[in-house]
Design a protein around this ligand. Structure first.
Ligand code: ATP
Ligand code: MG
Length: 571
């Protein structure tokens, strides 16, 4: 077997799953975010794909395979050629025609369906594929968890109306729950933002892991759970301070004091008594956004609030141009001719601190309306642990998660753009109502490892393990050991059990180490000492529990053990 294990992980690998996948010889890097899958890694990928296929088929979806390379014209029709940004890899062919490598397939599937589906009788329809995507991610990292080339299962539903679309959504949602459960993952389903794919609502399937890139919140009292990016802030304004008398505005000298922490320390005030002024570039020019010193601006919320495609922090030159001061001293007083947006929490503040738009100066005792005007207030910040559940007012808890799947209700965004219609019962032409549903195949494998490992290596859930059993003969030059191993190997294969036989002439210690590293759930150790007493050792990698079993009873013992492990994991 081609199974090049490593004792140490390359320095660039930061998270356990990336380290272990390299060390276990599952993957190798070719270029940034681009990986080869070696036999062990590919077997795991295929296991996850098989579970996905079974559950998609069970839910009534049908498998297709769409082209990875797609002409620009189609992406012009949806308008995404121009708005997708740099993640979309574009190139030209020999005739100078523009193409892209698909990061997702809404355009192509809508084009296929609009040409073939004419009548309500052909609906509903759910199509899916498992295929390679390319996204030129700004920061590929964590191995295949955030790659540039990666495998995705994407499904698309087409319905006659909203009600039908919601049923399809529910079907996919339930299929996803079964898929991730069968993969042995502990996950949370959260409300999510729709991002560049668009659509009206969506849920993300998050695998809980400390190394996850996403912050998620959930309510300790009700079922509310959301991506922190999406979580609404409905906490009331701190109305108590509204009765505080206004003090006179004063400009104070704050040499080289810029960051919130520096300003609050220098002036002896709490960060929540400060207001940060951030200058953004948007579709319609420059905007100032105000948030309380201890709060973080939420870019997604602010972008939605402004209805702008572009939202980037302004560069230094723009900030100097707008505020007349170097970065770090921006404030709202005297900022003319630009729109000022403020987070709701600012409404209740009195006598606060703010940049003076002048190098080395801040204002203290700033007050709304008296000292400057806000154009509009909104919920434009990140939720915090001091905020309350937007549904029931309960306490909010924070978790880290890895997004392995995403379901969107798209509505008619793409059917409208590509004119995908059907004829209803009355013969009237109507737009197809769509949904789209993605699972990152490689990311699911990485997430499973992130959740299931110890200091010795991977502990694969049995349903996605590359092999179910590894036979470890401690000394292949001992005829009795070798024969017992070969014979067990053959009987397991005849029972269609996936088994790996480590017949290398290596030290026992090395075999144990490699066996633990690659995470095969069941290990059979065959050594002189136990064999003389008429038994083999069968050990569960997850529990480190060992059973002594007679060689001729081993095949059926192992078969039962596998059944039990699968049952325990999925029930
Ligand atoms: P992210 O926020 O992590 O970038 P996304 O919202 O862009 O994800 P979708 O467009 O919803 O992702 O894609 C569907 C699924 O594809 C995701 O749930 C994830 O599992 C997977 N995926 C997305 N980007 C990557 C990537 N760069 N590498 C590996 N898997 C990915
Ligand atoms: Mg993305």
């Amino acid at each position: 077997m081609f199974l090049p294990t490593l004792r140490e992980a390359p320095a660039e690998a930061e998270v356990p799953s990336h380290k272990l996948m390299l060390r276990a010889g599952m993957i190798r890097k070719l270029a940034s975010g681009i990986y080869s899958y070696l036999p062990l890694g590919l077997r795991v990928i295929r296991k996850v794909e098989r579970i996905i296929r079974e559950e998609m088929d069970r839910a009534g979806a049908q498998e297709v395979l769409l082209p990875a390379i797609q002409p620009r014209e189609l992406w012009d029709k949806s308008g995404r050629w121009n708005v997708y940004g740099k993640e979309l890899l574009r190139f030209k062919d020999r005739h100078d025609h523009h193409y892209c490598i698909a990061p997702t397939h809404e355009e192509v599937i809508t084009d296929v369906v609009r040409r073939e589906v004419r009548s309500y009788r052909q609906l509903p329809l759910i199509l899916y594929q498992i295929q390679t995507k390319f996204r030129d991610e700004i920061r590929p990292r964590f191995g295949i968890m955030r790659g540039r080339e990666f495998g995705m299962k994407d499904a698309y539903s087409f319905d006659a109306d909203d009600e039908g679309a919601e049923k399809s959504y529910q079907r996919m949602y339930e299929a996803y729950c079964r898929i991730f459960k069968r993969c042995g993952l502990k996950f949370k389903v959260v409300e999510a933002e729709t991002g560049p794919i668009g659509g009206s609502f969506s849920h993300e399937f998050m695998v809980l892991a400390d190394t996850g890139e996403d912050a998620i919140v959930s309510c300790s009292e009700c079922h509310y759970a959301a991506n922190a990016e999406k979580a609404e802030v409905t906490s009331p304004d701190p109305a108590s301070s509204l009765s505080t008398p206004l003090k006179p505005l004063e400009k104070v000298y704050t040499p080289e004091i810029k960051a919130v922490s520096e300003v609050s320390e220098f002036l002896g005030v709490f960060p929540q008594e400060l207001v940060k002024t951030l200058i953004f570039q948007t579709d319609d020019g420059v905007v100032a956004a105000l948030v309380r010193g201890d709060h973080e601006i939420n870019h997604v919320k602010l972008r939605n609030f402004l209805g702008s495609h572009v939202l980037e922090l302004a560069d230094e030159q723009t900030i100097v141009g707008v505020t007349g001061a170097p970065v770090g001293f921006a404030g709202a007083i005297g900022l003319h001719n630009i729109r000022i947006i403020a987070d709701n929490a600012i409404r209740g503040m009195r006598n606060f601190v703010m940049g003076a738009n002048e190098k080395d100066f801040h204002y203290i005792n700033v007050n709304l309306d008296r000292d400057f005007k806000v154009d509009s207030f909104g919920d434009v910040r990140m939720i915090t642990s001091q905020d309350r559940c937007p549904k029931c007012g309960g306490l909010i808890q924070f978790f880290r998660g890895i997004e392995v799947g995403h379901v969107f209700k798209l509505g008619t965004k793409y059917s409208e753009a590509l004119n995908a219609t059907y004829l209803d019962k009355e013969g009237k032409e109507r737009l197809l109502v769509m949904g789209c549903y993605g699972i990152g195949v490689g990311r699911t494998v990485a997430a499973a490892i992130e959740q299931n490992h110890d200091s010795d290596g991977i502990i694969f859930p049995i349903t996605i393990a590359p092999f179910q059993v590894i036979i470890l003969p401690l000394d292949m030059s001992d005829r009795m050991i070798a024969e017992t191993a070969e014979s067990l190997y053959k009987s397991l294969i005849s029972k269609e059990i996936e088994v790996l036989l480590d017949d290398r002439q290596e030290w026992a210690g090395i075999k144990f180490k490699d066996g633990d590293l690659i995470g095969i759930p069941i290990r059979v150790t065959i050594g002189r000492k136990t064999l003389d007493k008429g038994s083999l050792e069968v050990t569960l990698r997850s529990k480190r529990a060992t059973h002594l079993v007679k060689p001729h009873e081993a095949p059926s013992f192992i078969e039962e053990l596998i059944k039990k492990e699968i049952y325990d994991q999925t029930e």
